[in-house]
Design a protein around this ligand. Structure first.
Ligand code: CMP
Length: 138
């Protein structure tokens, strides 16, 4: 069964010019890019997206970072997309990320960690719906 997940190339990776290489890895891993767009989001939009983290000490810094420059958002599809995208990204903290993962290659710190991915089917549905309209997902 096909599954969809939501992915972001974060401002740090975009700024450093890694977007093309990251999309190449996504294609090589067998994901279909259902939708893709570049955007510069506001701190308020970032706060809505990361609302589950609103009580964490890093929330203000995270939302400032996510609104600090352009990002690329994608909806990815394949069997087991959520788990497979998380595997390709690697651990949240690049210090713990496995060799060959995107965060090992491209992330600078636990906050500026290059890419984002949904962690469960419910979060994928929320995150896709937060940034993409139905007509963009055909
Ligand atoms: P992401 O997968 O986008 O989900 C939440 C984000 O918060 C995470 O990636 C990191 O960018 C950031 N984050 C998570 N834990 C920490 C932390 N301990 N300190 C700073 N930022 C964090």
């Amino acid at each position: 069964m096909q599954e969809r997940t939501f992915a972001i190339v974060k401002p740090d990776a975009f700024r450093k010019g890694y977007t093309g290489e990251i999309i190449g890895e996504i294609a090589k891993a067998g994901f279909k890019v259902v939708a893709i767009k570049k955007a510069s989001i506001s701190k308020a939009q970032a706060a809505g997206f990361y609302a589950v983290h609103k009580d964490r000490p890093f929330f203000d810094s995270l939302t400032a970072f996510m609104s600090s420059g352009p990002i690329v958002m994608m909806v990815l599809e394949k069997a087991n997309a959520i788990a497979d995208w998380r595997k390709l990204m690697g651990a949240t903290n690049p210090a713990n990320a496995e060799e060959g993962t995107l965060r090992k290659k491209f992330a600078g710190s636990i906050e500026e960690n290059a890419v984002h991915g949904s962690d469960a089917p419910e979060t994928a549905a929320f995150e896709i719906g937060y940034w993409f309209a139905g007509y963009e997902l055909i």
